[in-house]
Design a protein around this ligand. Structure first.
Ligand code: DMJ
Length: 479
């Protein structure tokens, strides 16, 4: 019987029994179907226009909390009304508004967009005397400013993005291997942090590649590709990579291949992203090679669900506990975008099953029984990111239905008068709510929902390319 999703508590929507315990069957033998929806998932949603209006209203609710309590600061604490400096205590980058720029544009919040751009022009200092996290600054600040430039055409945003990138470059150019140090002082160029997780080594080619295109200066793209090559030169004899590497010596610091989980997730995401954005055939080839390797060595079928287990990168033998980070959920969309909608649909189904047993997703699951290992929830965007990617690749309404269910669950459980907040334990009543709206919430979570439901003319649905931080780096239409 079809149910009206908006009228039903999340946990009553689509509960299925969890089947047996894990067997760890190699997923190569899985019979995976391209049709993801089952009868009990067929739910009735409000019209797309109504959902879009709901999503926009909730985005504005979060935005209002930021404006009221933390305007000009990085992040809002929506319960206490406080603020949080994301990169360094005592330093602000106005991060939530930098992250928000292209979402404000897509939602037609033009006054808020102009106000944010004006603040950035007047206040955002790329030369702060602060040790700054290179990976986060690239995907959030450089990417945010580039998307803001694409949205508005304001040359000041491009100039600011370039200045930031120039001040981040020493992390790449001072490294003997080309693998970036994790931290750089934006004022002095001093670098530190030699233990580099792969996501931090290889998540820059989209932002730096676009910046090179826009400026005609190849140094940014070259730095990204040198870093990628430095890591890929150190593949094991079976072609896999471990998780963390020393930037100076190029030595591996562990032996765990844990794709698509952190700390390697977006290292692999940017093969496809860079290929799609830049037309780079080398990146496309790496995407194909590593997708095949991940499916060969890491995919397992557990209680009929597809998951990716960690393996020793030298042997391909299983290693580490049967856990999956919520951050890995993006991989369902990446598989689909990259040309494998069957495995993408299957992996998405696994995460959707987890949503059947938890009110909102916990940070980490034991994938043998879907129990929460890390019980917190950091308001993460990876599940709706995958909903959006799969919907865009297939136009199957199932992804809108499940994405909408995810949205209503977040609204039911994590909305507070000052916006939206993280949670400490999704397994207890009330979830022990925390006190932070992460800046990425303004970039990602509701953008994916909005794009699925609004049919906005400001977005090129066939050609747009988004970064790991949800920035639309190609495909914004100034209409
Ligand atoms: C975001 O900052 C980006 O998506 C990043 O790649 C990893 N995930 C966080 C939010 O969870």
């Amino acid at each position: 019987m079809a149910k009206n999703l908006s009228a039903e508590p999340t946990r009553q929507l689509s509960r299925r029994s969890l089947l047996g315990s894990a067997t760890g069957t190699a997923a190569g033998a899985l019979l995976l179907t391209a049709a993801p929806a089952r009868a009990d998932d067929q739910v009735v949603m409000p019209s797309p226009a109504t959902v879009a209006a709901q999503v926009r209203a909730e985005y504005l609710h979060g935005w209002q909390g930021y404006c009221d309590h933390a305007w000009g600061y990085d992040e809002v604490r929506p319960v206490s009304g406080g603020r949080h400096d994301f990169f360094a205590a005592g330093h602000t980058f106005g991060l939530s508004m930098v992250e928000a720029l292209d979402t404000l544009f897509l939602m037609g919040l033009d006054q808020e967009l102009t106000r944010s751009c004006d603040w950035i022009d007047a206040n955002l200092d790329p030369a702060q005397n602060a040790d700054t996290h290179v990976f986060e600054a690239v995907i959030r600040v450089v990417g945010g400013l580039l998307a803001g430039f694409e949205a508005t055409g304001r040359s000041s945003l491009l100039a600011r993005a370039r200045e930031f990138a120039d001040r981040l470059l020493p992390a790449f150019t001072k490294s003997p291997t080309g693998i970036p140090y994790t931290l750089v002082n934006l004022r002095t160029g001093a670098v530190r942090g030699t233990s580099v997780p792969l996501a931090e080594a290889g998540t820059s080619v989209m932002e730096f590649g676009l910046l090179s295109r826009l400026t005609g200066d190849s140094r940014y793209y070259d730095a990204s590709m040198r870093a990628y090559r430095a890591v890929l030169d150190r593949r094991s004899s079976i072609g896999l990579l471990a998780g963390t590497i020393d930037a100076e010596s190029g030595r591996w610091l562990d032996s765990l291949c844990c794709t698509p989980n952190p700390p390697v997730d977006s290292f692999y995401e940017y093969f496809w992203g860079g290929a799609a954005l830049l037309g780079d055939t080398q990146l496309a080839q790496w995407h194909a090679e590593f997708t095949a390797l991940t499916l060969k060595y890491q995919a397992v079928q557990t209680s009929g669900r597809l998951w990716f287990r960690s393996v020793d990168f030298r042997t391909g033998e299983p290693a580490g506990p049967d856990r999956q980070s919520e951050l890995a959920a993006f991989y369902a969309g990446l598989l689909a975008k990259g040309g494998d909608p069957v495995h993408g649909a299957a992996y998405y189904r696994s995460w959707t099953d987890a949503l059947d047993v938890h009110p909102v997703l916990p940070e980490t699951l034991d994938f043998t029984d879907l129990s929460a290992v890390d019980k917190g929830n950091q308001l993460r965007p990876e599940y709706p990111n995958a909903s959006f990617d799969l919907w865009r690749a297939t136009r199957n309404d199932y992804y809108r239905q499940t994405g909408y269910r995810w949205f209503t669950a977040m609204r039911d459980h994590q909305r507070v008068p000052g916006g939206y907040t993280i949670a400490g334990d999704v397994t207890v009543p009330g979830m022990r709510l925390g006190d932070l709206t992460p800046a990425y919430w303004f970039a990602e979570n509701l953008k994916y929902l909005w794009l699925m439901f609004s049919d906005t003319p400001r977005f090129d649905y066939s050609d747009a390319v988004l970064s790991t931080e949800g920035k639309v780096l190609r495909g914004l239409r100034r209409v």
